[in-house]
Design a protein. Structure first.
Ligand code: TRP
Length: 457
């Protein structure tokens, strides 16, 4: 079983060493694991909340996508896309907005901080605050819930947003009566190093103490490293590696043996200037090949675009059937289906011949059944049951389940029907996703007419 891990990357600013070590590198390493199904996307709708400068938005999307690819993200392994290429995300945002308590959003840290700032400045409490900032957590919930992400690796400042996504999902599940959404779990990477910046505080854009990853090339990298603050010990005097930013940064890139050698050099009194040169050379060894790829990528934006479009296609193959299911659940469904789904609506016209079950004994002696449509098409094949009574009990439940309550998961080319969280039957293979989605609708319709028939008897 793979765990679906999803994270969004805000497309503002220029990536620095702290971003690379703290987020990009560990995320890419995780995406290579066989047990991880990774989804990474550029949160460019979120970027609009922070910036209304089109040129900056455009530039930043390109740079950040290129950075991740240059740093080794394999778009064939991970699903890598632009948030704004997925129309299902804003669509889901609205469905979620309609179940989200306004009071929940009032409590969001970022919104509250903006209100506090206004209050302090004796301004109207909502002065200069857009509805976009206010809605930030709902959009983020949609990012996550549209894909049934199980784990969401983020920085500590984002924990509240994941909790809100869970709240919103639970509320939707509760209102519409079943588990539409997987409840995402926050993952905080405790192991990864947080790098100190030029002044020794955590490297962060807001402290203006960052070392750029690619921007400005090797020259800029070296110059910035030379500006890292050190103590005033002279060459020949022993330096304390543990309290030195140089050593912390070095260790985040180097092997254990290299780190030991650098530690010794510091303790033996290497001059700070020389130590900075050693650090620069070690970083450059890792960064130079990535920077080269980065520059090639940025020079050919059409290639990046193609990669991202392919990612969006993969992502939409998951989100689209999900949103179709949700639209159906909230009542945004074909008018001609009135009465087919849900207990609250009117009776459907009865099909002349109802769907039917056919039980059989498999070659290994186990018991299984099929569900056929009234036209004789196979809709479902059950799993194997040891006990025929068990197979019968499942059939009985399917007869009264109804289409709206059925949990049908879409695989790329087939469907899986679940009861109590267990897969109990699968649908045949389809040639494409359209055919599969058509079949899912058909299956729900068949379950509805079974349920109608049961009620009538
Ligand atoms: N808000 C996140 C940040 O600032 C970025 C983000 C947007 C995100 N949507 C997401 C992260 C969904 C995880 C999941 O870092």
């Amino acid at each position: 079983m793979q765990t679906r891990v999803l994270t969004g990357i805000t497309t503002t600013g220029t990536p620095h060493l702290g971003n690379y070590v703290g987020a990009i590198r560990p995320a890419i390493a995780a995406s290579r694991r066989a047990d991880v199904d990774a989804f990474f996307f550029m949160a460019d709708y979120h970027a609009l909340i922070k910036s209304d400068d089109p040129a900056r938005i455009e530039r930043s999307r390109l740079e950040i996508a290129a950075t991740w690819l240059a740093a080794g993200l394999d778009p064939n392994k991970a699903t890598f896309y632009l948030q704004s290429d997925i129309p299902e995300i804003p669509e889901l945002t609205w469905l979620l907005t309609c179940v989200t308590a306004k009071g929940l959003l009032n409590r969001a840290h970022a919104y509250k901080a903006a209100v506090d700032k206004n209050t302090e400045a004796n301004e109207d409490q909502d002065a200069g605050i857009t509805a976009g900032l206010y809605m930030y957590p709902v959009l983020m919930a949609a990012d996550i819930l549209a894909f049934d992400a199980q784990q969401v690796p983020v920085g500590r400042d984002q924990i509240q947003h994941i909790e809100m996504a869970r709240d919103i999902a639970q509320r939707f599940n509760h209102i519409y009566g079943r588990d539409f959404f997987v409840l995402p779990e926050v993952v905080i990477e405790e192991q990864v190093a947080t790098l100190p910046g030029l002044d020794g505080r955590k490297m962060s854009k807001s402290y203006d103490n960052t070392i750029p990853l690619f921007a400005g090339g090797a020259k800029q990298l070296r110059e910035t490293i030379m500006r890292i603050v050190t103590d005033s010990r002279l060459p020949g005097e022993a330096k304390d590696p543990e309290s030195s930013s140089l050593f912390t940064i070095f260790r985040a890139f180097a092997s254990e043996a290299e780190s030991q050698a650098f530690r010794r050099a510091l303790e033996e009194g290497i001059g700070w200037g020389e130590a900075k040169q050693v650090l620069y050379e070690r970083l450059e060894a890792d960064i130079a090949p990535m920077r080269e790829r980065y520059e090639e990528l940025v020079a050919r934006p059409a290639n990046i675009e193609e990669i991202l479009h392919e990612g969006a296609r993969k992502a939409r193959a998951i989100a689209a059937p999900k949103i179709a299911e949700l639209r159906n659940a909230v009542g945004l469904r074909a008018m001609s289906s009135v009465g087919v789904a849900g207990g609250k609506s009117k009776q459907a016209p009865k099909a002349a011949k109802p769907p039917r079950f056919a039980s059989f004994r498999d070659s290994d002696g186990s018991f299984r059944f099929r569900l056929f449509s009234s036209e004789g098409e196979e809709l479902l094949l059950s799993k194997s049951f040891k006990d025929p009574k068990e197979a019968g009990a499942v059939q009985k439940r399917l007869k009264t389940l109804g289409g709206a309550m059925a949990i049908v998961h879409s695989l790329p080319r087939s469907l899986v029907l679940e009861l109590d969280g267990e897969p109990v039957a699968t649908a045949p293979d389809y040639t494409d996703e359209l055919e599969r989605d058509e079949a899912a609708r058909y299956l729900r319709g068949a379950l509805d007419s079974l349920a109608e028939q049961e009620k009538g008897e």
